[in-house]
Design a protein around this ligand. Structure first.
Ligand code: ADP
Length: 436
């Protein structure tokens, strides 16, 4: 991308420099020639004026001498021609001017006879070289007397033209080099934000792809998780319908299983709805000050039957009344999952310790158990949806595999951090650090 852009800018620069050079060389040469023509015309006029002065003074003008003198002064060829085209004098030919042919056919002379002055750019039949000719008619007392013609060798002009072309090309080359250096430097700076944007776009696309994959996996997992209890329920219902309902003992057993599976299904759907609400940012309760102690006590009261069933001892410690800002329902959902897990994965009669304290301007809420613990290699994965260290164990204790995923989502809403420390066989401690 950068290379292509650079190549394009350099080509553009070269093309524009070439076009500008060609135009400027042409303009320069044209200007130079017309300046030279004007200069020659000025000479002609000055010579004519000088001759008029001589006429007025009544002096006898010797044209051959006059041509030589003026020509020496100007450093250019000078010819005097009468109005019939006869050569009166020529600075180059000297006395041989008499041999020169009639000049009526010469372009500059014809023009001068017709309009007073003329110019042409052609080969001299007398000298062979190419000349720039300028001619001006001398008028004295209302009569056209003669034509003064000045000639400049084109070769001299060519040399000067070459010089113009060379300097123009050299400056064009310098221009291209300077422009290329600037283009390279400019492209690098210009490309920087573009590269940055490209990188960001790629990262966003990758993230989108990843989240799309996560969503697909989640849908597949949810379908599977919902199907399992439903298959089990419909299987037992069918067996009951097929006659098993006749036996009261079997019937009670099967109905119990159906009730357990239905409860699992309900929990699963509830958890999925919570995750979906958080992800879609559907908040039903506005933020307020949450009294951490009161909230946890309410949770423990509602969890009484589970705690009693496992005969777990729950110890809570609150340094003092602690408040955090946020949605109270979400805070409860987070704590319910942590406390429920601590109880679920505790041994019967174990102890669960809940602690809330303020440290270094932050609020630390921790739930610690002395249960089965989590193997080190599973620690990075337990917050993933549907990840369970031991699937059958999780199912046995009524887990959905979504609890810690909900914890992670809610912690993110609170801009809180979740830490876990665990040792298999010794227990686990989950700590949520709120901003306070
Ligand atoms: P589940 O509904 O299966 O408990 P969670 O998302 O809450 O799902 O937890 C994921 C997994 O992490 C659990 O299946 C369990 O293996 C492990 N886990 C979570 N909390 C604890 C804990 N306090 N002690 C031991 N293992 C735990």
């Amino acid at each position: 991308m950068k290379k292509r852009f650079l190549l394009f800018s350099i080509c553009l620069i070269i093309v524009s420099v070439i076009i500008t050079s060609v135009i400027s060389i042409n303009v320069n040469i044209k200007n130079f020639i017309s300046e030279k023509e004007m200069e020659l015309m000025t000479y002609c006029r000055l010579i004519n004026m000088a001759l008029i002065e001589e006429f007025e003074a009544g002096a006898e003008v010797v044209y051959v001498e006059a041509a030589k003198n003026f020509s020496d002064e100007m450093g250019m060829r000078l010819t005097f021609i009468d109005m019939e085209g006869n050569v009166l004098a020529d600075s180059v030919e000297g006395p041989d001017y008499v041999k020169m042919e009639n000049h009526l056919g010469r372009e500059e002379i014809t023009e001068a006879i017709l309009s007073g002055s003329g110019k042409s750019n052609r080969k001299s039949s007398t000298l062979g070289a190419e000349f720039l000719y300028v001619a001006d008619t001398l008028e004295y007392q209302g009569d056209k007397v003669l034509i003064a013609r000045v000639a400049l060798e084109i070769d001299k002009l060519r040399m000067i033209n070459d010089f113009i072309v060379k300097t123009s090309l050299l400056s064009a080359l310098v221009g291209i080099v300077v422009a290329a250096v600037i283009a390279i430097a400019y492209t690098t700076t210009l490309m920087k934000p573009i590269n940055e944007m490209e990188k960001q776009l790629k990262a966003t696309m990758e993230a989108n792809k990843k989240s799309e994959q996560i969503r697909k996996d989640f849908v597949a997992n949810v379908t599977h998780e919902l199907k399992t209890p439903l298959t089990s329920i419909s299987g037992f219902v069918e067996t009951l319908q097929d006659g098993a309902a006749e036996d009261p003992e079997v019937r009670t057993k099967f109905l119990d299983i159906i009730a357990i599976e239905a409860a699992r299904l309900k929990r699963l759907i509830e958890d999925i709805l919570i995750i979906s609400d958080i992800e879609n940012k559907r908040e039903f309760n506005t933020d307020s000050d949450i009294n951490v102690r009161e909230s946890i006590e309410e949770i423990l009261a509602s969890m009484g039957p589970i705690i009693e069933a496992k005969q777990v001892k729950v110890i809570s410690y609150y340094a003092y009344e602690i408040y955090i800002g946020g949605n109270p329902d979400r805070f409860k959902q987070l704590m319910v999952n942590l406390i429920e897990n601590a109880v679920k994965y505790s041994h019967d009669g174990g102890t669960v310790a809940i602690k809330a304290e303020r440290k270094e301007g932050k609020v630390y809420v921790s739930v610690k158990d002395e249960g089965i613990g989590i193997p080190e290699e599973s620690l990075p994965r337990i917050f993933e949806r549907f990840y369970r260290v031991d699937k059958s164990r999780s199912q046995k204790v009524g887990g959905t595999g979504l609890g810690l995923s909900i914890v992670k989502h809610i912690a993110a809403l609170f801009e809180a951090e979740v830490k876990v420390e665990s040792e298999p066989g010794k227990g686990s401690e989950f700590t949520v650090i709120f901003r306070g």
